[in-house]
Design a protein around this ligand. Structure first.
Ligand SMILES: [Zn+2]
Length: 255
C-alpha cells in the first residue's frame, strides 16, 4: 500500500511549513486536523510554556481564536465545552465535545488514538484521546451517550474518524494485558485484534475502537492507516522514545 491509500479520506496538507492531515468532509467549515511533527511543533505536557507557545502558533497559522485541551490522564472522563470554557490544562479528562463555533478542542498524541466525533447537520463536534486504558474503559462510547442525551442524537446521526496511532505492527503488549484484551474483544465479538507471533502479542488499537463505534451504530468517515512508530519523519511516538514530544489533533467548526 502506498501512503495515499493509507490516508482513507484524509489529505496531507501544508501551511507555513507545517504539515498536517485534514479529513475531507461535505461540510468544509467543520475541520478535523492532525498536526504532524514536520514544521517543528510539539505539544508536551512536561513543558507548559512550550505547549502554550505552540498552541498560540496553531491559533495563528490556522486562524483560530482558541484551542482548548485537557490534562489527559487515560481516563473515561469527558466534558461538554461551553462558550466561556477557557484553556484549562489542570482539568483531568480525555474527551471534549461542543455545539459552539470557532472554539477548537484538541488532544495531544504520541501512539495513542485521536478519535473525532461529529454531526455535520447540527454542527456538533467532539474529540477523544484513547490509548489502551481509554479503550478498555470505552471512553468514546461514554462520551457518545452524553452527546446523544444533550443533543438528542441517534447513533446513526454521529460520524467518526481516526487520526494516526501506533499500528499493530509495532504495538507489542505483555501477556497479562493480552489476556485482558482477549476477554474484552471476545465479549464484543471483535476478531483479529490480537496477533500472536514468536510468543509475543500485538494489539490493534484502531480496529478495536473502530468496531466499538461501528457496533454502536456510528458512521465511519475515515481512518488514517499510518503507524506512529513506523512514521519517524511524520509522527511522534512515545514507544520510539520521543521524550516530551506530542502531536496535536484538533476539531472545530468555523462560522
Ligand atoms: Zn508500525
Amino acid at each position: 500500500m502506498n501512503k495515499i491509500e493509507q490516508l482513507n479520506n484524509w489529505e496531507l496538507k501544508e501551511k507555513d511549513g507545517i504539515k498536517y492531515f485534514q479529513l475531507r468532509l461535505e461540510l468544509e467549515k467543520l475541520q478535523c486536523i492532525v498536526i504532524t511533527s514536520v514544521g517543528g511543533l510539539s505539544f508536551p505536557s512536561e513543558n507548559p510554556e512550550l505547549l502554550q507557545d505552540n498552541l498560540k502558533q496553531v491559533q495563528r497559522i490556522f486562524g483560530i481564536k482558541q484551542v482548548n485541551i485537557l490534562k489527559q490522564t487515560h481516563s473515561d472522563r469527558s466534558y461538554y465545552m461551553p462558550e466561556d470554557f477557557k484553556f484549562n490544562y489542570s482539568l483531568d479528562g480525555d474527551g471534549l465535545y461542543t455545539d459552539k463555533a470557532n472554539i477548537f478542542m484538541g488532544v495531544r498524541i504520541a501512539d495513542c488514538l485521536p478519535i473525532f466525533l461529529f454531526n455535520q447537520t447540527k454542527k456538533i463536534i467532539g474529540i477523544v484521546h484513547s490509548g489502551w486504558k481509554g479503550t478498555l474503559q470505552e471512553i468514546s462510547k461514554k462520551m457518545i451517550l452524553n452527546m446523544r442525551a444533550r443533543f438528542n442524537l441517534k447513533p446513526i446521526d454521529i460520524s467518526f474518524a481516526f487520526g494516526p496511532s501506533i499500528g499493530q505492527c509495532c504495538y507489542e503488549i505483555n501477556s497479562d494485558l493480552a489476556h485482558v484484551f482477549s476477554e474484552f474483544t471476545r465479549a464484543r465479538n471483535i476478531r483479529n485484534a490480537l496477533i500472536e507471533q514468536d510468543n509475543k502479542s500485538y494489539l490493534n488499537l484502531k480496529l478495536i475502537n473502530q468496531k466499538i463505534l461501528e457496533n454502536t451504530g456510528l458512521r465511519n468517515k475515515g481512518i488514517i492507516d499510518l503507524c506512529s512508530f513506523c512514521e519517524k519523519d511524520l509522527l511522534f511516538s512515545s514507544r520510539r522514545k520521543d521524550v516530551n514530544k506530542r502531536n496535536l489533533a484538533i476539531v472545530g467548526y468555523r462560522e
